[in-house]
Design a protein around this ligand. Structure first.
Ligand code: UGA
Length: 435
């Protein structure tokens, strides 16, 4: 099939590359010419394991092209995938200006029947507007479908090629048939539904996963008080097939470009219709508070943090990505700076990005080139992202190289029995303290 993908962000680029991998002819379009030049040169603007190799392979095979020529890309294609950003407005609502601009532009160049697919996460009802925005520009036939994306950063290629399900929201059986055909090699698990339900499935899924995380984080906080172990609790809960074991890892809360944005957007969507989504508001609040648990543990052990040397391992919102949007590390570092702590930080992939986005003018952070430089002479070490290099770190070496002996593990990566063989004072999330 001939496909145009509009927008080469996370969702657009990964979808484009994966559809080419399935044998389709894909043209990825972006208005940023530097980005297109980079992609043509075989470089991905995002760090995503496996993506660059797949992109080069499919470009060399002639199945994948990149262009700024919007009109030609649309005219050549049978399917047009809209994958532009929907960033949050200050009130939490999704900003639809990019979607609207693309829809109008599609309408102005349409040259025959096409299926227009929205993959961007959009509020319920947006695709009806997309129909109107296109219709205002053209009398050509087209159908619109909502096919939300469920890929995760860090495992985006694997998730796209092995989805749990594909959701196809459309009122047109003709469009549904085209999209069944396109997705047939990926899975038999297809949910065909109306457009609004498809739009809602995306928000409801992300909101539910965020709810699982905040729920287990609150259970972890109670476990700390009653001396239970949240990992055992999550294991016992997760074996119940009605609950499931995934997204029950307690930690310092969720971050990234999706859960924070989509939970806020859903609260706002409900609020605009005079529905107070109390549960989801609490999920967001709990997530905010959970970041503070690292500071609480530092205060409990060190008291006043003025002049204390605190080491930070990990800045990305999760491992496998250089994305630092809504990373818990930002709030934690900001608060430590406010309290006068001296910081040494390291992240194997996201460090430059984090520094540039949040602290480009900050001179009091020591940006280390090596994870062990962070440990040397610190009073406490805080692990905020579970990168493999930290997970595999030698606990004895941490103990030896630190000035103090406090290890705060925000992601529960170390085994309690391993830590107890060292002299470290170990605080994790919802598990017994090792002193
Ligand atoms: C999330 C969803 O998982 C995807 O299905 C969805 O497509 C995507 O948002 C999106 O809307 O585009 P992503 O944000 O890439 O994907 O990352 P996740 O792996 O879901 O992790 C999100 C955050 O939750 C991370 O900060 C992670 O550390 C945290 N998390 C996750 C936990 O704290 N505990 C868990 O058990 C799982």
């Amino acid at each position: 099939m001939k496909i145009a993908v509009i927008g080469t962000g996370y969702v657009g680029l990964v979808s484009g590359v994966c559809f080419a991998e399935l044998g389709n002819e894909v043209i990825c379009v972006d208005k940023l010419s530097e980005k297109i030049a980079m992609l043509i040169a075989g470089k991905t603007p995002i760090y995503e394991p496996g993506l660059q190799e797949l992109m080069i392979r499919n470009s060399n095979a002639g199945r994948l092209r990149f262009t700024t020529d919007f009109a030609s890309a649309i005219r050549e294609s049978e399917i047009v995938i809209i994958a532009v950003g929907t960033p949050s407005l200050p009130n939490g609502e999704a900003n639809l200006e990019f979607i609207q601009a693309v829809a109008s532009e599609i309408g102005s160049v349409l040259n025959g029947y096409k299926v227009i697919v929205t993959k961007s996460t959009v509020p319920v009802g947006t695709n009806d507007q997309v129909v109107n925005w296109i219709r205002e520009q053209t009398a050509q036939p087209f159908d619109v479908a909502s096919v939300p994306e469920f890929l995760r950063e860090g495992t985006a290629v694997r998730d796209t090629l092995n989805p749990d399900r594909i959701v196809i929201g459309t009122s047109s059986q003709r469009a549904a048939n085209v999209l069944y055909e396109l997705h047939r090699p990926l899975t038999d698990q297809v949910v065909q539904t109306d457009i609004r339900s498809a739009e809602m499935i995306k928000y409801a899924s992300n909101a539910f996963l965020a709810t699982k995380i905040s729920f287990i984080n609150e259970i972890a906080n109670i476990c700390e008080k009653v001396e239970a172990n949240v990992e055992e609790v999550a294991r016992g809960m997760g074996l119940d097939s009605r609950i499931g074991s995934s997204f029950l890892r307690a930690g310092i809360g969720y971050g990234g470009s999706c859960f924070p944005k989509d939970t806020q957007a859903l609260i706002q969507i409900a609020g605009n219709l005079s529905y107070d989504f109390k549960l989801l508001k609490s999920v967001v609040e709990v997530n905010k508070l959970q970041r503070g648990s690292v500071l609480d543990k530092l205060h409990e052990t060190l008291g006043n943090l003025q002049g204390r040397i605190i080491g930070i391992w990990g800045l990305a919102f999760k491992p496998g990505t250089d994305d630092v949007r809504e990373a818990p590390a930002f709030d934690i570092i900001q608060r430590l700076l406010d309290e006068g702590a001296e910081l040494k930080v390291y992240d194997p992939i996201a460090q430059d990005n984090f520094r540039q986005v949040y602290f480009s003018d900050e001179t009091s952070i020591n940006w280390c080139n090596d994870m062990w430089d962070v440990v040397d002479n610190s009073d406490a070490l805080c692990l905020l992202t579970e990168w493999d290099c930290f997970v595999k770190a030698d606990l004895e070496e941490i103990d030896l190289r630190m000035h103090g002996s406090i290890l705060i593990d925000g992601r529960n990566v170390y085994r309690l029995e391993d830590v107890s063989k060292t002299g470290l004072h170990y605080y994790s999330v919802g598990r017994p303290v090792i002193n």
